[in-house]
Write a protein that binds this ligand. Structure first.
Ligand code: ARG
Length: 483
């Protein structure tokens, strides 16, 4: 069949069909205008399949050489935008195969031996997603490094830690940043685990039941780098499952959603911190916008959008998981709907990670070799806020416990002291010793060590605590981990 015939009939299976598809149905069913971004994976998969067919004696070495030559030309055409994508040819697979056949004749038609678009598309999506996961993993490392830089510079800066958004206890700003490093390190772990399940080969499952040709699936898996940590080929072991399940895309989107949720929590804090009421930080002007009516405003558009885009990615997770739920085995066309949510999840996550690394940690300045333009911290405003909120009340209670009071009684005693401090509009540390002794006679002069913010921080010298010594140890650990 020549390309013209192929085109006219506009279907690869046309002999059976007595009427052409309407334009509306063509538009409805075709995916080429979004799945063409799988083209590299599609060609890589086809080349590995063809090499194996030839090694197994299913196609000739000459056919293989023609396929390789044709695919090289198609690669150039796509790269230079000379390739003509055709809606009539439905999807990326049929577009490339039709062009191949046009270029090299019958050898192009032999490429599809022992293969179906069902195992082909599952392979393409997995290959594409694998390389995107690798990019995302690198971006997650960049973001962690940015946060680590900020943490390192601000170990001794104290801000109020909150619970219920009420001032709770003083914490190191470095410690606060490291909380996000932990979250993103788990996101990276999750991505690595998802990758190991994405990186398995469906090809050879054919339409659904396997194939009667003597394929060497493990050879194809190895050629495509679908191997485990030991270098052993990873092949989907059940043909029905191989062509039909998209759980790998769902779990990727779940991991991406969690990562966006972490970004969203951080965004919420950045937005609060840069409001006039907190005044804790500034982000560089290039991440903010002004208001068309209120000249004094600088709006935190980037963190706000990231918070909004989190909803979008979580929506994609809902879309994908719902897409799967009612499908009988094996392949159903429903699965064509996996692509747009998956692509958009990847695009959104990558852009967000990139922009956050830069917004937090700044950009490398060629002049100084240092990163510049990250967030600016107003240490004084943070400390003032911690002092305003009786953040060391727990420390006074702990002090009384060390003097022999049961904790519950100490808690009650301190509540009275805080009430007195509030009515005099002073901090606990500003109450005179005699006043404090009025609440409990065992209080001595050394109480003021623990009522200071720094005393409170230093006291929390437990693994994972906010004492600067512990925070520095964590920074060292993270540096070694990310080196
Ligand atoms: N474009 C299709 C998809 O994305 C490729 C597989 C089509 N298979 C089929 N039997 N119609 O899922």
């Amino acid at each position: 069949m020549s390309l013209t015939q192929f085109d006219k009939k506009s279907q690869a299976w046309s002999a059976l069909f007595s009427e052409p598809m309407s334009d509306l149905v063509k538009r409805y069913t075709s995916s080429v205008f979004f799945d063409k971004r799988l083209w590299q994976a599609d060609i890589a998969g086809s080349l590995a399949h063809a090499a194996m067919l030839s090694a197994q004696g299913i196609i000739s070495a000459q056919d293989l050489a023609s396929i390789e030559r044709g695919m090289a030309q198609i690669t150039t055409e796509i790269e230079t935008d000379a390739f003509e994508w055709q809606l009539d040819l439905e999807d990326v697979h049929l577009n490339i195969e039709a062009r191949l056949t046009h270029l090299i004749g019958d050898a192009g038609k032999r490429l599809h031996t022992g293969r179906s678009r069902n195992d082909q598309v599952a392979t393409d999506v997995r290959l594409w997603l694998r390389s995107e996961i690798d990019l995302i993993s690198a971006l997650l490392i960049d973001l962690q490094k940015s946060l680590l830089d900020v943490a390192n510079k601000h170990v001794d800066v104290i801000l109020p830690g909150f619970t219920h958004l009420q001032v709770a206890q003083p914490v190191s700003f470095g410690h606060h940043m490291l909380a996000y490093v932990e979250m993103f390190s788990r996101d990276a772990e999750r991505m690595a685990e998802v990758r190991s399940r994405v990186n398995r080969l469906p090809l050879g499952a054919a339409a659904l039941a396997g194939t009667s040709y003597p394929l060497d699936r493990e050879r194809v898996a190895s050629a495509l780098g679908m191997v485990n940590a030991l270098g052993q080929p990873q092949v989907c072991q059940n043909s029905l499952d191989a062509v039909s399940d998209r759980d790998f895309a769902i779990e990727f989107t779940a991991a991406a959603s969690l990562c966006m949720v972490h970004i969203s929590r951080m965004s919420e804090e950045l937005i609060l911190w840069m409001s006039q009421n907190f005044g804790f930080i500034k982000i560089a002007d290039r991440f903010t916008t002004g208001s068309s009516i209120m000249p004094q405003k600088k709006n935190p558009d980037v963190p706000e959008l990231a918070r909004g885009k989190t909803g979008r990615v979580v929506g994609h997770l809902m879309g994908l998981i719902t897409l799967m739920k009612g499908q009988p085995l094996a392949y159903n066309k429903d699965n064509q709907e996996d692509k747009e949510p998956l692509f958009d999840t990847v695009d959104t996550l990558k852009d967000t990670l990139r922009i956050f690394s830069e917004m937090i940690g700044g950009q490398l300045s060629p002049a100084t070799g240092q990163k510049e333009g990250g967030i600016t911290v107003n240490a004084q405003a943070m400390e003032q806020a911690a002092l305003r909120g009786y953040a060391t009340a727990t420390d006074l209670a702990d002090y009384l416990v060390k003097k022999g009071l049961p904790f519950r009684d100490a808690h009650e005693t301190v509540a009275h002291a805080v009430k007195a401090a509030i009515s005099h509009q002073v901090d606990l540390s500003e109450l005179p010793l005699v006043v404090l002794q009025g609440f409990n006679p065992s209080i001595e002069k050394d109480v003021f060590d623990c009522l200071s913010l720094r005393g409170s921080l230093n006291a929390r010298d437990v693994l994972g605590g906010t004492a600067p010594k512990q925070v520095r140890a964590q920074i060292t650990r993270h540096h070694a981990r990310l080196a």
